[in-house]
Design a protein around this ligand. Sequence first.
Ligand SMILES: [Zn+2]
Length: 407
Amino acid sequence: MTAPGTEQFTTALFATNRAAFSRFVAARGLPLVDAAAKAAARAAFDAQELLHAPELVALCGAAVAGAVGQAVENVTITIWEHLRRTADGVPYSFTWSGLASQHATWATMVAPKGEGNIYSPITTDNGERLTAHTKRIHILTLDCDGTGTWDALWRVLVELGIAAVTHQSGGFTPATPKWRVLIPLAIPFDTETGDGGTTWRMAYATARVAFGALARLRGAGFDPATDNANNAWFPGYRREPAAAPRQVLYTGGRTLDLARLTAALPAPTMSPAAVTRRTWTTTAPSLLELAFEEACLLGSALTRGLSAVVCPWNDCHSAPLASNVSPTSASVIFPPNSAANVGAFFCAHASCGAKSVEEVLAMLPEEAVHRARLRHVRSTSPSASWLGGTELPSLPAGLPRLPTELP
Ligand SMILES: [Zn+2]
């Protein structure tokens, strides 16, 4: 006999995963013809109560309460000058309150969307922000994109004595509360041994659902698409000088033992099993390649530069791919053949065929497309540097740069 809430937890993992919004749109035949239609579909998706089952909330509460670790000490984050700049990350060691102070400093700074320093709470071996160079993850970071406030979560964290920093994101508005929570891990997550990236994504999915349920968030709760081991986070910059500083809240306390949390809850099946981040051999992957990768729908590389992908209309196929089956050559993206470096999509299923790039991008999660656009480099200007002529805020002064090698 399984514990009450187990079934609801497994259901919630699938109902809120990366492809959930695309499935929702496809199942209802919603036409995502423009931004307004997309926003309406997103609002309908977010109105669902996918994490509110009382048995689910109770199970998550017990699991988190049983996974409280030792008191938080120093944490490491690595800072890069810009999202496009994946090398030369600088590691910093912070006390927990020092990290909160740093976020408070960032909250006063101004950077347009997509600009400014980024950070990842990881240790790398050479400053490169790549999965292969990511050694350990020190903090669980969850992203709420307008699916609720942080009030309920704060009550739980304070009650359990768990250390946390929350901050409003650059795009925060009272009507659309966008914010993040950072929780220090009891044991830095090892991404070096085994298939660390996938193991992390599974642990992240479990934690995302558990804390999303405790935060009483609507829709998918916390963003499922920020589960990469080396995920880049924008601090909560103000987007423009007139905007008020983003709010930052902090509490000291205890760490989260992620291993104990995942042991207490059902494990997700990754969907689909073989979809991974790719080590790109080209410096300029196409927009579609990046978008499918960011949406976690990119399969293996095929011959002639083609890539297998999970069709965004998979659920509309007569025989949809099961969640644990790798995509095949039935749905592919072609290498780019124009200066814009966009690529092209084709699905052999009768209901799909050749869809336009616009139709395909409209089916992928908005956040994934946004991240892909930020990473995308047009092949006509392969030397376009990450600086791009844009003025960037420099690294904040006074950070404790690590004098020696990280432990
Ligand atoms: Zn298809």
